[in-house]
Design a protein around this ligand. Structure first.
Ligand code: SRM
Ligand code: SF4
Length: 511
């Protein structure tokens, strides 16, 4: 069945404009668009369809666009990072890059007329931003220490790449999968620590042995939205590694052809599973996959708490190490990106890995070079041993660039964590996640303490505030946190967080 054969009874407004013109069509129009200038564009092209190319018009900073890449498994090489650094460098103080909660990069400050040239550079560097926004599959996440982790069962890099290549036709754009009813997330876990947050993806593959053979159990339907958040549920299916791309595509076709296109708030995959029941959904996936799926293995291999990869750790290759650098709230400037690329080549194998905690990892560091590496000035900014309250800090974009935001996030998150670090002793890291609105891009539901932006009234005025979530558990037996406090004005937040840290996380007040 083709996307247009989905035959919904009633189309929401986003579906109507997709019928008028497919999102991917703007790929061939970009050069002409850039000559016309963004002010002359049809509004739907500007605000929505350009997202099929990863180009995001930012109403908060009109004229300064954001480019969302897609970096399968979050791995890139030093040369690629230099290309990206040189792009944001053009825009001076307006230019920067953010590591995202999907192990990806977003570049900021870009002038619209530069996109054709930027896309040529990306292509030459083997990078792509295709299908990274709107009703497409987002960045495919995998283990950030794939191929170098002594505890892993499988290297997830080729698996994530194969899924990305199938969905995007090797980064050139694939009309088969660009008209989904909604966004879609896929993750592949390769080790025992669930470093991808499998449970919050529409499809997650988790390592599992069946009858002595290695493969993956399949989870489906995990998602966060303003209206509803669900952890993924078992499909009761087991697949081998070489089947992941084909099964992902089969599930996508079922979603494409049968997912609801009427109410956009009820369009994510879980709503279809609810509607049909798991058995009917599973049968439809098998029919599309072209073969029956074996039942899931009785147990998966997720047995550890989640690691954060910060600091220096041995690789499975004798004599080599990886270094996890903490990037405060994921934001990078051009000169820092150039410097990271240099460090990756001088000390390591030249790879840079990104993590869903918005940090980065350099690989292949020889023992003899570690002392010199530790003296590098950049490590004062991107620490190997950050304080417990900043170590696990995650924050979505927030009000500085995102028009959905109800609060400023990144700067506030960092300032509060630093203030509280001065006031409290902590012996354990606390995972604090900020998200600027109920869309939950900053994943507050997986945090020890999650902070979700809202507005409230204080002294007769509307002020920025947060709802507080607690109880998110990651790694083995992952579970989503729940809202425990509502509408705390941001100005009153510090003492509330301080009390939580003292009462629940073993903090003690500094003398
Ligand atoms: Fe998100 C929309 C940023 C991860 C749920 N998200 C947006 C937009 C595109 C809204 C907009 O047009 O301004 C934000 C762009 C702001 C900007 O300028 O950066 C945005 N989302 C982000 C990022 C950059 C947050 C970050 O700082 O890391 C993450 C980019 C990931 C990537 O590389 O592709 C990001 N977003 C997530 C996640 C987390 C995840 O995937 O693990 C979620 C929750 C998980 C999920 O989707 O199930 C998430 N974003 C949303 C939603 C709610 C989806 C829904 O079904 O309702 C929206 C709104 C929408 O799609 O209508 C949204
Ligand atoms: Fe924007 Fe809300 Fe997502 Fe934060 S959570 S990036 S404020 S849409």
């Amino acid at each position: 069945m083709t996307p247009s054969a989905a035959a919904p009874t009633k189309l929401n407004k986003f579906e109507k404009y997709k019928v008028e013109k497919d999102g991917l069509a703007v790929k061939d129009e970009l050069k002409q668009f850039s000559e016309l200038g963004w002010e002359a564009l049809d509004e739907t092209d500007l605000v929505h369809r350009l997202k099929w190319l990863g180009i995001f018009f930012r109403p908060v900073t009109p004229g300064q666009f954001m480019l969302r890449l897609r970096i399968a498994n979050g791995i890139l090489n030093a040369e690629q990072l230099r290309v990206l650094a040189s792009i944001v460098q053009r825009y001076g103080d307006d230019g920067s890059a953010d590591i995202t909660t999907r192990q990806n990069l977003q570049l900021r400050g870009i002038r619209f007329e530069d996109f054709p040239n930027i896309f040529e550079q990306l292509q030459q560097a083997g990078l792509t931003s295709i299908q990274s926004g709107m009703d497409n599959v987002r960045n495919i996440t995998g283990s950030p220490v794939a191929g170098i982790d002594g505890a892993e069962f499988i290297d997830t890099i080729p698996l994530c790449q194969a899924i990305q290549d199938a969905i995007t036709n090797h980064g050139t754009g694939n009309p088969e999968y660009t008209n989904l009813p909604r966004k879609f997330n896929i993750a592949v876990a390769g080790g025992p620590d669930n470093s991808v947050h499998a449970e919050i993806n529409d499809i997650a593959y988790v390592p599992a042995f069946k009858d002595g053979h290695f493969g993956f159990n399949v989870l489906v339907g995990g998602f966060f939205s303003a209206k509803r958040c669900e952890a993924a549920i078992p499909l009761n299916a087991w697949v081998t590694a070489h089947q992941l791309a084909d099964l992902s595509c089969a599930i996508l076709r079922v979603f494409r052809d049968h997912g609801s296109r009427a109410n956009r708030q009820k369009s994510r995959l879980m709503w279809l599973i609810d509607d049909w029941g798991l058995d009917q959904f599973r049968a439809a996936v098998e029919a599309e996959f072209g073969q029956s799926l074996p039942d899931a293995a009785p147990n998966d291999e997720i047995a550890w708490d989640k690691r954060d990869h910060i600091g220096i750790h041995p690789q499975k290759q004798p004599g080599l190490h990886y270094a996890g650098l903490h990037v405060p709230v994921g934001r990078l400037k051009a000169d820092e990106m150039f410097e990271i690329a240099r460090l990756a080549q001088v000390y390591g194998h030249g790879d840079i890995r990104l993590t869903v905690e918005q940090n980065l990892i350099l690989t292949g560091l020889e023992t003899a070079k570690l002392d010199a590496f530790r003296q590098e000035p950049l490590l004062k900014t991107f620490s190997l041993s950050p304080a417990p309250l900043v170590r696990e800090l995650v924050s979505c974009t927030g009000a500085k660039f995102c028009n959905f935001a109800l609060v400023e996030t990144k700067q506030r998150a960092l300032a509060l964590a630093q203030d509280l670090t001065e006031e409290l002793n902590l012996t354990q890291a606390v995972r604090i996640h900020w998200t600027g609105c109920p869309n939950s891009c900053g994943q507050p539901q997986v945090a020890d303490i999650g902070l979700m932006g809202t507005k409230t009234r204080k002294d007769g005025q509307t002020v920025e505030a947060v709802d507080i979530y607690m109880g998110g558990k990651v790694g083995k037996d992952a579970q989503l946190g729940e809202r425990v406090l509502k509408s705390i004005p941001c100005d009153d937040l510090k003492p509330v967080l301080r009390d939580l840290l003292l009462e629940k996380f073993g903090a003690t007040a500094r003398a």
